[in-house]
Design a protein around this ligand. Structure first.
Ligand code: SAM
Ligand code: SF4
Length: 333
């Protein structure tokens, strides 16, 4: 029987995020350089390998699985993987199968996602201003994303909007975004920029601490801390005036590592025990070395035994290097 995954600090790993591709149809300024070089196909796990890998983790106690990227919905035949993974929802081993998406392909896929048992999705939108959306995503079209959101709601998917708080870019639109989200019935999660990968820009210019953002919202609205949890690191408040919820993901200002129940796998099968550390384990080698899952399970156990206590992110003028060299699109957000 596969062993459950308990790390050296007694934390049980029950949440897996898998990047299914490093490719994307956007080029968000904080995530990618415009001229990104993507991985050759042979290095990326096939859909069958991704299925085997996710299934092995589910056998070892993963209850929540999030597919991300790059943009998960631009991976060719991605729905065949999602449909196949939905068998674990039917069997009751998996509680939740979900995706993080930029929304560009949602019009096409929303209904099928719902039919495969997906009930909640995260959609990343940093601004409601069409021109600014283009500036931030470089290649994105806000109109298409809005069509996708309507399709998601029509299909019955619950939507959470992820917004990266960017100093001088969208910081004065956060209250507007919150009000809009709550009108639509969406939760909003705010995220601080993290120093992941070279992006040809200075991250000190982008970094906006969410403690400041929270103070600003609190000057206009009544915020109450609530114990609501979605399995991720966000801490939520309820907003009395709108009746909605706002989550804060504060890797920089508040260290959330002590309750970390997550690991991530890249699209090349590298298992990262911590988003902010370079230590990893090569699961692709284990997957490709044998058709049985014994080597794979051993590699996972060995890696979980090395899960670090936490990350060491710093963004300041002295620390010019990213904390880790890989981009968020590689590890998966
Ligand atoms: N393409 C999909 C999307 O944008 O939702 C999924 C992958 S994307 C890497 C996942 C999330 O990571 C997005 O919400 C994005 O805004 C966020 N992200 C990307 N780079 C980041 C960074 N350096 N710091 C903080 N969040 C980042
Ligand atoms: Fe693509 Fe998502 Fe990164 Fe934007 S944040 S470039 S949509 S992977």
């Amino acid at each position: 029987m596969p062993q459950p995954m308990i790390d050296p600090f007694g934390r049980e790993v029950s949440y897996l995020r898998v990047s299914v591709t490093d490719r994307c149809d956007f080029r968000c300024v904080y995530c990618m350089a415009e001229d990104m070089t993507f991985l050759p196909k042979r290095e990326v796990l096939s859909l069958e390998e991704l299925d085997r890998l996710c299934s092995a983790f589910i056998e070892k106690g993963v209850r929540k699985l999030r597919l991300t990227g790059g943009e998960p919905l631009v991976r060719k035949n991605i729905m065949s993987l999602i449909r196949s993974l939905s068998r674990h929802l039917d069997s009751g081993k998996l509680e939740e199968l979900t995706i993080t998406t930029n929304g560009s392909q949602l019009s096409r896929f929303a209904q099928e996602l719902y039919d495969c048992g997906v009930r909640r999705i995260n959609v990343s939108i940093d601004t409601l201003d069409t021109a600014k959306f283009k500036t931030i995503t470089r290649w994105g079209d806000l109109g298409k994303v809005m069509d996708g959101l309507r399709a998601a709601t029509a299909a019955g998917l619950k939507v959470k909007i992820n917004m990266v708080a960017l100093k001088g870019v969208n910081e004065h639109e956060i209250v507007q975004m919150m009000s809009w989200c709550h009108e639509q019935g969406y939760d909003l999660t705010l995220i601080e920029t993290m120093p992941l990968g070279e992006i040809n820009e200075d991250r000190t210019d982008q970094y906006l601490p969410l403690s400041t953002v929270r103070e600003r919202i609190a000057s206009e609205f009544t915020l109450t801390d609530i114990p609501y949890k979605t399995g991720g690191p966000a801490r939520y408040v309820s907003v009395a005036e709108t009746g909605g919820r706002v989550g804060f993901i504060t890797p920089m200002t508040h260290n959330f590592c002590e309750s970390c129940n997550r690991v991530r796998v890249t699209c090349t099968g590298m298992l990262y025990m911590c988003l902010g550390q370079d230590d990893s384990a090569d699961l692709r080698a284990a997957l490709r070395a044998s058709e049985s899952d014994e080597l794979l399970n051993d590699a996972i156990d060995e890696a979980i035994g090395r899960k670090p206590k936490g990350h060491d992110f710093v963004i300041d003028r002295q620390t010019r290097q990213p904390a880790v060299t890989r981009h968020m699109s590689v590890t998966g957000g």
